[in-house]
Design a protein around this ligand. Structure first.
Ligand SMILES: Cc1cc2nc3c(=O)[nH]c(=O)nc-3n(C[C@H](O)[C@H](O)[C@H](O)COP(=O)(O)OP(=O)(O)OC[C@H]3O[C@@H](n4cnc5c(N)ncnc54)[C@H](O)[C@@H]3O)c2cc1C
Length: 432
């Protein structure tokens, strides 16, 4: 039986993206996806400049640009009072970070990656292939699927999502249920009672809830994500986060939020889980990427983007191993390079996403007026909250003199998270 260079467990955005970036650097990849076909849920996705900049560098951005929307502003609103609190000028953000902020339909992203992967002779794609058995034999790794097929590889990458089978080989933990639930979906724009402009990403923040709205697919569809803390979950009910609870939670919000709720799809809902940051994603010839490595709450809108960054980091680290059998030592070095670039940073994003959710969802009169005042008093062109995430700031912007002739403050240089354990690290939130 022949040996693959990389076996990728999971063909979601993370798995297909990584396979594509590896294949383009000459690495042969076999993707095993458990579902009958490659696909995504019918909802939207935001990709911030830190992600689109990398996608440009690796030649993937042109695949998704035609199916993306380029919003002009990110707007934060109080969901109870309807007051606009602050905005981020996304055109200015593009100039600052050298890449645009885009929103798109998940299927459009996945299909673009899939089509590009299908065109790569270094990639072999399988569906109906659920990875079950994993045996690291030291000089190779053997993978067995639920259907009984067996594949041998130099390296197994687990891109198999939140409930990853592969992660069990490396990290002994369980997903953490936040007690929040999401209703989400993209529907024809004419089906939504929409009060906000079509060139905006809007975040409505309220006690224990939020609503995010933005257009996708060239403005034909409107994406909405309604998220709330479930009282039914806290009461231990088995069936929690129900549509009735959704209606009760949003009934107390301002009119612009209330009118959006009837157009939400109710036939599916998602409990919000994350994981604690892990100190390592690798054991022997098995490593992780995407949600399998760093499942995070979605409040920074970075989960899929971070999985694509994993792929890019792997595509820089692994090709040095070249053709032929990869020695365990050389592979360990390459995976260490990958981890050095990614583990601590992704852990920081995981931790910060939790904090950011806590800020969005503050409850009680005093915490809420304090939160709103912080948002209100932010200078619209103050990027100190996002530089660490979206940076590095472009040289041309950093060198630009301010009106008084002094160098323009650009916030900290790109923040590289400290070597401190990712678990203890949080950053001032960006947004999502
Ligand atoms: C409400 C919400 C909003 C979000 N918004 C954003 C956003 O705006 N921007 C952003 O960047 N991120 C966002 N995210 C996060 C993003 O959706 C995830 O981080 C991303 O989809 C993870 O991709 P993945 O490929 O790692 O995992 P997944 O998408 O879960 O893919 C895993 C794949 O592996 C397959 N699989 C599972 N087990 C096996 C197995 N044993 N064998 C073979 N295959 C297997 C699955 O079928 C699936 O295809 C959001 C998440 C939520 C819940």
């Amino acid at each position: 039986m022949s040996t693959d260079q990389v076996i990728m467990a999971g063909g979601g955005i993370g798995g297909l993206g990584a396979a594509l970036m590896l294949a383009r650097r000459g690495v042969k990849v076999r993707v095993l996806e458990r579902a009958p076909e490659f696909g995504e849920v019918g909802a939207g996705l935001q990709l911030a400049p830190n992600i689109t900049r990398m996608l440009k560098e690796v030649g993937v951005f042109e695949k998704i640009a035609p199916v993306s929307v380029f919003p002009k502003r990110l707007v934060f609103m109080n969901a109870k009072t309807g007051e606009q609190l602050t905005t981020l000028d996304l055109a200015d953000a593009e100039r600052r970070y050298g890449a645009p902020y885009v929103v798109l339909h998940r299927s459009d992203l996945l299909n673009a990656l899939l089509e590009a992967a299908q065109a790569e002779e270094n990639i072999t794609l399988h569906t109906h292939s659920m990875v079950e058995g994993i045996e690291d034999r030291g000089d190779r790794v053997v993978v067995r699927t639920a259907a009984g097929e067996e594949y041998t590889g130099e390296l197994l990458l687990g891109a198999d999502g939140l409930h990853s089978r592969v992660r069990k080989e490396i990290v002994h933990d369980e997903p953490i249920n936040s007690g929040y639930v999401a209703y989400r979906g993209a529907v024809p724009v004419e089906d939504v009672d929409r009060r906000m402009a079509m060139d905006e990403v809007v975040v409505w923040m309220g006690p224990g809830m939020h609503l995010v709205q933005y257009p996708v697919r060239a403005g034909k569809l409107y994406n909405q994500v309604a998220v709330f803390r479930s009282q039914e979950f806290l009461e231990g009910k088995e069936d929690w986060g129900t549509p009735e609870e959704l209606d009760r939670t949003y009934a107390g919000m301002c009119e612009s939020v209330r009118v959006a709720i009837p157009s939400l799809q109710r036939n599916a809902r998602w409990a919000m889980f994350d994981r604690e940051p892990a100190a390592t994603w690798t054991k022997g010839r098995v490593s992780l990427l995407g949600d399998a490595a760093h499942a995070m709450l979605q409040y920074l809108a970075q989960g899929a983007g971070q999985s694509l960054l994993d792929g890019a980091a792997l595509a820089r680290a692994l090709p040095v191993l070249g053709e032929g059998a990869w020695s365990s030592e050389a592979l360990a070095d390459a995976l260490q390079t990958y981890e050095d670039e990614r583990v601590a940073f992704a852990g920081t994003v995981q931790s910060t996403a939790r904090t950011w959710g806590d800020i969005w969802h503050v409850d009680g009169y005093v915490p809420m007026i304090l939160r709103d005042e912080v948002f209100r008093s932010r200078d619209v062109y103050d990027y100190s909250f996002v530089d660490w995430l979206y940076g590095p700031v472009q040289d041309a912007v950093a060198a630009q003199p301010a009106a008084d002739g002094a160098a323009q403050p650009v916030g900290a240089a790109p923040v590289v998270p400290s070597a401190a354990p990712a678990e203890s690290t949080t950053r001032t939130p960006a947004h999502a």
